[in-house]
Design a protein around this ligand. Structure first.
Ligand code: FHN
Length: 456
């Protein structure tokens, strides 16, 4: 969404030092939905909540975790359906504890969880009445982990989104095949319209059986972009059943009508190092970037290329500075536990957010676009808060920042600090010198406020 500022100017604000401003601002953003504004629809309220939330936990969990080679193992290792079907009878995650997952998520500071209900392998991790190829009917576990997670999320006031793969390597009516899944040993026939009815029926189940949900997170459209998916009908179904549920689709192209947020995979909006994100970031919808914590989505026992807590915090700030949420992934093990490598990093981010969350939660992208030194986030003055711009200095060796000259009236403090930064006119702008001490190793945050209305 757009800034409250054009770079042309700033609205009137009080000069309030960092510490005082800190007292007036909510110490941490709301975990719950804000009150609706007059005339605000459930959808608009949910979008606003989503933009405020900023941080979510992505969970890729399925029977593929038994093989410890990621969620694409069926396709990558050319495992035919007949062979892959031997996995569910071995899937018995006796250590799965939904409450533990949600408590970990909460300690990490996430506001929502997005969990795989069905991935490309077609195996359903929830109790579907439309197939027996699900965790309740097809595994010795015989319980619905999504139900347990929905209950725990409700209890701890975390929103739950459902990842759902439109692509299905198992369903006999997913035909003609798309770009992937050609080694599944499928018969060369199928009725596409039956597949659409099946997947829409499952979407209906997900929107009906788990109480109020955050939304649906689709994936796999890219496998068969020409197919008749009836997305319009699917999105209407979701919005009719759950007016406050948001729809996102990881199709890697510009948003389609009916979608509520735009997502980017393994890159911040505006970047495309992973090759997925050819679409420009829209200004019309909330944005979300999903990132793996190592290099795999599903559990991969050999992947120890974990990002550091520092990299994750910078990704979170980098996303916020581009107006996007960060959806950070974990790949639980087949026994249902989340490994210590994931947990340690989540807790480190949570600790960082405890002191710095006010420059992340509830903000929008700042008026200054991403800079070599970092990014800016913006908290407007609504709801009794002090209008503030936060500078996120993401490079530890940067010791001064020059803002555009029109910000000459700006007053800057380290977040939570009492001593204003030294300010001088230099190089055609307003130069602030950062303190040598008291630098945050991940992201030094400077809070900037304004005493007078700025020119537009
Ligand atoms: O193929 C999937 C992949 O397994 C994973 O689920 C990611 C998450 O964004 N999305 C797909 C690739 O675009």
């Amino acid at each position: 969404m757009t800034n409250r500022f054009g770079i042309g100017g700033f609205r009137r604000a009080l000069v309030i030092g960092g510490a005082l401003a800190g007292l007036l601002l909510a110490p941490e953003a709301r975990a719950e939905e804000p009150p609706a504004r007059p005339e605000e629809t459930p959808n608009a309220l949910a979008r606003r909540w989503f933009e405020d939330a900023k941080f979510g936990l992505f969970v890729h969990w399925g029977v593929y975790s038994l093989l410890g080679k990621g969620e694409w193992v069926m396709n990558n290792d050319k495992i035919p359906i007949a062979e892959y079907r031997k996995l569910p009878p071995q899937f018995n995650p006796t250590k799965f504890d939904a409450e533990e997952w949600v408590k970990l998520a909460k300690s990490a500071g996430v506001r929502y969880i997005t969990v795989t209900t069905k991935h490309h392998d077609g195996f359903c991790m929830y109790d579907s009445k439309l197939t027996d190829y699900d965790v309740v009917d097809g595994s010795p576990y015989a319980k619905d982990p999504i139900k347990a997670l929905a209950d725990a999320c409700r209890k701890h006031r975390i929103k739950l989104f459902f990842y759902y793969s439109l692509l299905d390597w198992h369903h006999p009516d997913y035909f003609p095949l798309g770009k992937t899944g050609h080694d599944a040993g499928r018969e060369e026939k199928g009725d596409w319209s039956k597949y659409v009815a099946y997947y829409q029926g499952q979407v209906r189940e997900l929107c009906t059986n788990y109480g109020e949900i955050g939304g649906l997170w689709f994936d796999g459209w890219w496998d068969a972009p020409e197919a008749a998916w009836d997305l319009e009908g699917t999105y209407k179904l979701i919005h009719d059943l759950q007016p406050g549920a948001l729809v996102g689709n990881n199709h890697h192209v510009a948003p389609f009508p009916g979608e509520d947020f735009q997502m980017f995979e393994q890159d911040l909006p505006g970047e495309n190092s992973a090759g997925f994100n050819k679409a420009e970031a829209t200004t019309a919808l909330p944005l979300e970037t999903c990132l793996t914590m190592n290099e795999s989505w599903g559990y991969n026992s050999r992947d120890d290329h974990f990002k550091s807590a520092e990299q994750i915090v910078r990704a979170l700030a980098g996303a916020a500075g581009r107006g996007a949420n960060l959806l950070l992934n974990v790949g639980p093990k087949p026994d249902g536990t989340i490994g210590p490598e994931f947990a340690e990093r989540l807790l480190a981010v949570g600790r960082w957010l405890e002191g710095n969350g006010k420059a992340i939660y509830g903000t929008r992208k700042g008026p200054i676009p991403p800079q070599p030194w970092g990014v800016t986030t913006d908290r407007d003055g609504s709801e009794g808060q002090v209008p503030t711009i936060y500078l996120h200095i993401l490079k530890p060796d940067v010791n001064e920042v020059t803002l555009p000259e029109m910000l000459v009236e700006a007053v800057a403090f380290p977040l939570g600090g009492m001593v204003p930064l030294k300010k001088e006119m230099a190089g055609g702008g307003v130069k602030f010198t950062l303190p040598d001490d008291d630098r945050d190793p991940y992201d030094t945050i400077i809070s900037v406020t304004f005493p007078v209305p700025m020119p537009r």
